[in-house]
Write a protein that binds this ligand. Sequence first.
Ligand code: SF4
Length: 348
Amino acid sequence: MNFKIDCLSKEELQKLAKILGEKPYRGNQLFKWIYQKGVLDFSLMTDISKTFREKLNQSYSFTKLKIEHIATSKLDGSKKILFRLEDNNFIESVLMFDDDRITACISTQIGCRMGCKFCNTAKVGFIRNLTVGEIIRQIIELNNILTETGNKLTNIVFMGMGEPLDNLDNLEKSLEIILAEDGLNFSHRKVTISTAGLLDKLEKLTNKDFKVNIAISLNAPDNKKRNSIMPVNKKFDINDIVNTIKKLPIPKRKRITLEYVMIKNFNDSTKDALKLVKLFKGLPVKVNLIIYNKTKESDLDSPDLNSALNFQKTLINNGIATFIRKSFGADIEAACGQLYASYIDKTL
Ligand code: SF4
């Protein structure tokens, strides 16, 4: 049997060391080699005894992600990376450059079962959850790409393929590794989990004292519209989102981000903005307006910049901090699932 060592948390590595007749702190050394130094070869782990390394080599290996394709945007330099996994499935990650921030957009599933109408990943359907190794390796590989140019990642957003909270166990374990000082060592302020609104799992995650940023993909001002583009709304509707935000243990000065993909003549009117005001005024939220990236396959349209600006003004005038988010990689199909979809279309 061959197991993936880079799917294990620090505690699990300590237990493994003990099972193999070593002191538990050897697990800490392994943790550092794998996650802090990104070393994928037991023979290079020089402070670990040869016998232990040989034992590990017999039953354990490392997750492999092969870079299949990199598309670089001529507009903003963002890069979309298509990875081939060991089972020949594909996932995408995106690198975005913005002022002094370099953000990695990470996938958590192959495909997705949430079925959001504006999303290309939804069209793939759900294939499987990513392992901890596959989640973490995306980050390490993206950092390796940056190292060649003397840069490194500053932020991580879980907004790639899949619904992160639908893969909660592996997400939680990945977060432990990402936030650990002797792991990837990211500050919790630099990590964002975006959910379509699996509110039961969101409560579970936030109750575990993860102080990472939370974004909820809202995209509509009422249940009728949200039902029509996000099937998850039939399980957890807009009122449930409002009630959950009211009861989440949100630290002072922290706000939940409401992601709002603006679609022409669907959710971009002043009337829609006023509905949002009625729902969220006074709550610890900020709104990110995302201009819909029109694709060949979709019958949805991008809104005019003017309607986006008016929408923003209405929210701000009512005390809701609202930002129009830069849309990255419009020329490289950087919206969630677009490269995957076009690549699969061309290669199958
Ligand atoms: S937008 Fe996110 S949650 Fe919705 S289908 Fe796409 S990947 Fe899944």
